[in-house]
Design a binder for this molecule. Structure first.
Ligand code: HSE
Length: 443
């Protein structure tokens, strides 16, 4: 069995001790443990009682024996969770299946849980929320979206008195780094992905980032909170950045835009006044004078439009050991306060249960980059195809190309379905040599 590492507090922090178990001791877990020890006095005052680390669960204890006292290292996470003196479990392992078992075991045993695991929350939110409700404990996950940027708490608490209309976020640092570097240098996607890997922004397998899956998990969480409606990872329409070319970046620049991978969560109201929720992740042309366009490098930002608050933007580091640990510790202080003083954090409330919008009804605008035969009448014929589907063109730019002419079209707003059908028809038209790319524009 393990002993307990206790932290002393000034006399006025007299509340009961709160036992903490940390599951995982990687970049985030080790920072959480270090900062918890370093700031023990302050945390005791903020909570009203001291935090006591009961143990750190890791798969290979020997690897961590230089930084964690041996008696606090556990190779059996379930054993640590089950201890009577553990009140709050911090899950910073990552993955889905194994953490799901651990988090459910903790909640079912009446422990509050703080997790940084976006994939877990986005895939199993209902099950986890139900277990937390049944046990009357807290489930916190601020670090799951954009690390230290306080967007979860903002939606759960600060905007609980408002009506959120749209959330547009740059919530993946790796892809923002790549797109920003392409914008700055004119280089190709492959070259800038290699640069992101060399600098340690992109993982050895960058799939989850560049295909948009990481951002889609975060979009699901933001949409669920913003619209009081359960949105899961599988409900989010997701497209990554692998098809973005230097040519697209250049064309966007010439038209006054930059390309960002946006997570867009939106309340859609149809002509009959029926509301639905759309959550999607895709490359998006953002006007250069929009606040999100200035988010450079690996930074994250979340732009919220709410009925009474108007427009708000939250900006900062969306990943990394320290920023993620900051969010985890904020949640830990909240969960510990409730253990000392009673009460619960605002639970996940999905009372509105709005239907999920079919992707084809989402209003959007398209940028279409295509190559066409350079002969009289082609433009008129292309315009006729657009008009047939109710698509109005906002700007058309033609340039010479090696073969034929390059056309850059910007449409006015139409439904995703009508725009997609139009592109299919353009693609099949004999004078269209190639549709190079189609990218949506932010409203
Ligand atoms: N890989 C993510 C990013 C951080 O690049 O922002 C963790 O979600």
């Amino acid at each position: 069995m393990s002993t307990t590492s206790e932290v002393s507090a000034k006399p006025e922090a007299q509340g009961r001790e709160v036992g903490v178990a940390i599951l995982g001791h990687g970049t985030v877990g080790s920072e959480v443990r270090r900062l918890m020890e370093e700031n023990a006095q302050d945390f005791a005052h903020r909570i009203g009682g001291p935090l006591a680390l009961r143990g750190v669960a890791v798969s290979n204890p020997t690897k961590h024996s230089r930084t964690v006292p041996e008696e606090l290292l556990f190779d059996d996470a379930m054993e640590l969770i089950a201890r009577d003196d553990v009140d709050v479990v911090v899950e910073v392992i990552g993955g889905i299946d194994y953490p799901r078992q651990l988090v459910l075991a903790a909640l079912n045993a009446g422990k509050s849980v703080v997790t940084a695991n976006k994939a877990l929350v986005a895939a199993h939110a209902d099950e986890l929320a139900e277990a937390a409700d049944k046990a009357g404990v807290d489930l916190y996950f601020e670090a799951a979206v954009a690390a230290a940027i306080p967007v979860v708490g903002m939606l759960r608490r600060s905007l609980a008195g408002d009506q959120v209309e749209r959330i547009s976020g740059i919530v993946n640092g790796t892809t923002n780094f790549i797109l920003d570097a392409m914008d700055n240098t004119g280089a190709s996607y492959d070259n800038m992905l290699a640069e992101a890997t060399r600098l340690g922004y992109a993982e050895a397998d960058p799939t989850a980032d560049v295909e948009g899956h990481d951002a889609a998990s975060k979009a699901a969480i933001l949409a669920s909170l913003g619209f009081y409606t359960r949105v899961n990872f599988s409900d989010v329409h997701c497209e990554g950045i692998t098809g973005i070319t230097a040519d697209d970046i250049e064309a966007a620049k010439n038209a006054g835009y930059t390309i960002k991978l946006l997570a867009v969560c939106e309340r859609i109201t149809d002509a009959e006044g029926t509301e639905s929720v759309s959550a999607r992740v895709h490359p998006t042309l953002v006007r250069r004078d929009h606040p999100l366009a200035s988010v450079s490098g690996s930074y994250n930002a979340v732009f919220v439009e709410a009925e009474a608050a108007g427009r708000l933007m939250f900006y900062g580091n969306g990943a990394g050991g320290n920023p993620t640990a900051s969010a985890v510790l904020g949640d830990l202080v909240g969960a510990a306060r409730n253990k000392v003083h009673g009460g619960r954090a605002p639970e996940e409330n999905t009372y509105a249960s709005l239907p999920l919008a079919d992707f084809s009804v989402v209003p959007t605008r398209y940028y279409i980059n295509m190559r066409v035969r350079d002969r009289a009448g082609v433009l008129a014929e292309l315009s006729a195809i657009c008009a047939k589907h109710g698509i109005s063109l906002r700007t058309v730019r033609q340039e010479e190309a090696e073969e034929g002419a390059r056309l850059i079209l910007f449409t006015h707003t139409a439904s995703e379905g009508d725009l997609a059908t139009t592109v299919k028809e353009l693609e099949a038209f004999e004078d269209v040599l190639a549709i190079n790319s189609v990218i949506r524009l932010a409203e």
